[in-house]
Design a protein around this ligand. Structure first.
Ligand code: ATP
Length: 597
């Protein structure tokens, strides 16, 4: 298996990569072993094993403990600071598995441990099911004992669910069996695909979706503005809908057995407590699949709660601590299965009719999104309509404008004649979001810190922590800066390099274990905010003009009271001196003005 990975990674062309995979299947695998092998090649699609709960930072400390190293030893520090690269060379920086394999090479021999694919799967099962850190460390120690550094490198990549092989999931599926991708899209079940499609030469009867098996969702194609959306859907009957800002959830109802599948086909039982009874009582058929968005509705403000509160509210409901004020709300915008038939081949217009028949909405808890009707909760500004048929481009513009006024996430345009297709992003649904259209003023903020990147930009600063000035006394320069947001996108590689090179002499490392930041910066204790380097002297720093989605978020991570959603660098303001940075009072007044409408 490791040789296969090495070969695939080394081969340049997709054809060669595919032929290595084919040879591996034909030469080294019995058909009954296909799943055991394919789940290691496509680890992010494997739902038979639970989650490992190991992202790079936790994995680093677990490996340190599994190897019995001191946390202060150079190798341990290297693992923890994997993004930063080695003291001298910086090689492998930003690639955790390469850094780990470098560290492991000094401890493991070159000789293969002879671990079989079956043994590896058993150990990975143990790793996923272990409930505490000590057990995880013991499994990792076991794995390290039974492998060499090369093998362990690939195992780490499997655990992190990204093999960086340079071959798409699509190509793997196509090489495996011509019907593999289709079958996976409608079942999200890799084991079933590997077991049913053992014979590449025997075509599989096209399978429809089933209640209880997640389906890969229909997706939306991004467009830049209303005119191009209208052009793309030229001649079609079009509905415009509000783009809700929650979690895409497929609700599968089979009598009293309810499942909530997310976009990446994970089952979310945490929604059972808050939602199941409502589904059982208000979905009027016994078996059905609803497609929609799960949100939190705030009854006191009559608005959607901030994005990201779903899990918290679901957990509270589970623990019997549900508040009356904030409740889970499912907005069903589509129906995929009704009774004993899949309805995805029907037109959206027909599915809307079905949705109206099948779901009895309850205000603020279970709503349906259909043209000119739908949602019993009102929009804050303008017409109380969340969905309408568009007759011309002006209708789209007007609806989109309302979206901005309402601070909604955006709009989705759908072809009312289209069927629902698993995993399709070909343009039957289009999305338009305010962040793609310049809205609102640019904000001039000061760079106060830097974060190392990963991958291509490993070992170099690739993102910035930017700050707002604390308002100085009149006719004086600001003395303190308040952390505001983290921003990385928007500049070309050359522009980013130019900023980083200018600031390099003023980078001060923020080493592990953590030291306190310079006193002229006001920051929080939140670890997500901690940059890898601080800018030593604000008066040597650079102003960036940033834009963002017009919506702001109440900031918990950063010291400023409000931060930005999806910030993007618009310009480097070489022409503006550091002290002309936006101050926090001005920023707050901008936010308040927008809140008031
Ligand atoms: P984004 O980050 O923009 O949400 P995405 O990659 O998650 O994009 P897209 O396919 O681009 O997903 O956009 C569709 C997503 O928008 C859906 O997965 C769903 O979560 C969300 N959404 C919100 N409202 C609607 C709606 N009315 N119809 C369809 N999808 C909607």
């Amino acid at each position: 298996m490791c040789s296969l990975f090495n070969w695939i990674q080394k081969s340049k062309s997709s054809t060669k990569k595919r032929s290595k995979f084919r040879k591996f299947l034909d030469t080294y695998c019995k058909p009954s072993d296909y799943f055991a092998a394919v789940r290691l090649i496509l680890p992010n699609l494997d739902r038979e094993r639970g989650s490992y709960g190991l992202k790079e930072s936790v994995l680093a400390t677990c490996i340190i403990d599994a190897l019995g190293m001191s946390r202060e030893s150079p190798d341990a520090v290297r693992l923890i600071n994997w993004r930063k690269g080695g003291a001298k060379t910086g090689v492998n920086a930003g690639n955790f598995s390469l850094v780990a394999s470098e560290v492991l090479q000094r401890r493991q021999g070159m000789i293969s441990g002879g671990l079989t694919i079956k043994e590896l799967n058993d150990l990975l099962d143990r790793l996923a099911s272990s409930e505490n850190r000590a057990e995880k460390i013991s499994v990792l120690a076991d794995l390290i004992r039974k492998t060499n550094a090369q093998e362990m490198k690939w195992i780490i990549m499997i655990i992190l669910k990204d093999l960086k092989l340079g071959i798409s999931e699509k190509s793997i599926f196509h090489e495996f069996h011509p019907d593999a991708e289709d079958l996976f899209n409608v079942t999200c079940d890799l084991k079933l695909v590997c077991e049913r499609l053992r014979d590449r030469h025997q075509r599989h009867k096209r399978q429809d979706i089933e209640v209880g098996k997640a389906v890969r969702p229909q997706l939306a194609l991004r467009v830049a503005n209303a005119a191009s959306a209208w052009k793309k859907l030229h001649g079609k009957e079009v509905v415009i809908e509000c783009k809700f800002d929650g979690d895409r959830i497929q609700i599968h109802k089979n009598g009293a057995d309810i499942h909530f599948f997310s976009r990446n086909f994970l089952d979310h039982p945490e929604y059972i407590h808050g939602m199941s009874n409502i589904i059982i009582q208000n979905v009027l058929v016994d078996r059905c699949i609803l497609d929609g968005e799960m949100l939190v509705w705030d009854t006191s403000t009559d608005r959607f709660a901030e994005f990201g509160s779903n899990q918290e509210i679901a957990k509270a409901a589970k623990e019997g601590l549900a508040s009356e004020r904030q409740v889970l709300l499912d907005v069903a915008f589509d129906i995929l299965y009704d009774g004993d038939t899949s309805v995805i081949h029907q037109s959206l217009k027909e599915r809307h009719e079905l949705l109206k028949k099948v779901v009895k909405p309850i205000k603020g808890r279970l709503e349906i999104l259909v043209p000119d009707g739908g949602l019993n909760v009102h929009r804050a500004v303008g017409e109380p309509c969340w969905s309408r048929v568009a007759h011309n481009v002006d209708d789209v513009e007007t609806f989109f404008k309302r979206t901005i006024e309402n601070r909604d996430e955006g709009i989705v345009l759908k072809d009312l004649g289209s069927k629902w297709e698993p995993s399709d992003r070909s343009g039957k649904w289009l999305k338009l979001k305010p962040e793609y259209v310049r809205a609102g003023a640019d904000l001039d903020v000061l760079i106060i810190g830097g974060y190392y990147g990963s991958g291509r930009r490993g070992g170099q600063v690739a993102q910035f922590l930017v700050g707002l000035a604390e308002r100085p006394a009149s006719n004086t320069y600001p003395r303190r800066f308040i952390s505001f947001c983290r921003v990385g996108t928007g500049l070309s590689d050359e522009e980013l390099d130019a900023v980083v090179n200018k600031l390099k002499p003023y980078f001060r490392k923020y080493e592990y274990p953590k030291k306190s930041p310079p006193s002229y910066y006001k920051v929080t204790n939140n670890s997500k905010e901690r940059p890898d380097v601080w800018i030593d002297s604000p008066e040597k720093s650079i102003i960036l003009s940033i834009t963002s989605d017009i919506r702001t978020i109440r900031s918990e991570v950063f010291a400023a009271p409000y931060s930005l959603r999806f910030p993007r660098i618009d310009k480097v303001r070489d022409d503006k001196p550091w002290h002309e940075c936006l101050d926090v009072n001005n920023w707050c007044s901008l936010v308040i003005i927008r809140h008031n409408g």
